[in-house]
Write a protein that binds this ligand. Sequence first.
Ligand SMILES: [Zn+2]
Length: 307
Amino acid sequence: MRSRWFLVAVLLLASAFKPTTPPGERSAVLISWDGAEGDHVRANVAAGKMPHLARLAREGALVDIEVTGHGTDTKPGHAQMLTGYDPAITGVYTNARFGPIPRGYSIFERLHQAFGKQGLVTVMLTSKGPNLGSQSPPGSNAEPFSLARASITVWDGDRIRQAHSVGRRALRYIKRYAPKGRFFLFIHFADIDVAGHLHGEDSREYDAALAECDAWLGKIVAALAVEGAAERTLVYVSADHGFDRGTKRHSHATRIFLGSNDPELSQPGEQRDIAPTVLSAMGVDLTKITPRLPGKVLSKQGRATPP
Ligand SMILES: [Zn+2]
């Protein structure tokens, strides 16, 4: 029994991100909680209902993020979160008006451009079919990630999954790749959005989905510690869009959030700032990126990406 508690204590000590880790040696996990409304998340964190996001934010920060420049839907939200570009460049405006994101523009591809194909492993793990899809069905538009897919080391999307299935797969990827070197793991949980559409943003079910996703965040962080990767791995949690308060829809749901153990994260911003923040934290030189990223790094300096 004593050795078990000793092990728990050691894991807790080893589970914090070490800010002195050089950006070029860091890994990152970016988690999207589909449809998680920013003020609702903040209220639940304050009420002690989301202890794992609260703990992450104590190491780094929890900042307010606005969705700007596009519809508050799953497709354009993720296109912007995962590229940093506005719809005029990604071609993804709403769930109904979209095309394939041009080749080379996603975080996955930017990381491979900067560090090579062997330099790190990229994984895209999703839980909705078409909205973050890679299919090119005959007679309709190719989905947003149909061109990016070829450059991502592990594509694990195009299917509907619940949190327990996504979470278990995420833990497997961490076990497989975290001990070997650098990785970027994107994990998408659809459950909060599904609960919101079925029961409303002010429902018990919506709260339960937030709590379940928070519990998986805790397991993901614990798995990084078990694999000895927590000290060099940044964890970010955000959303594609919020929810219209007290309703079952997200027509004008611009209020989201970014929570992370990234010690540099320190100012609120817009959804287009997430990609440059993550890329910069992982050591990508943003001045080398074309077209220029319109967003800024959400650090104390708040530096805009140079023209
Ligand atoms: Zn939705």
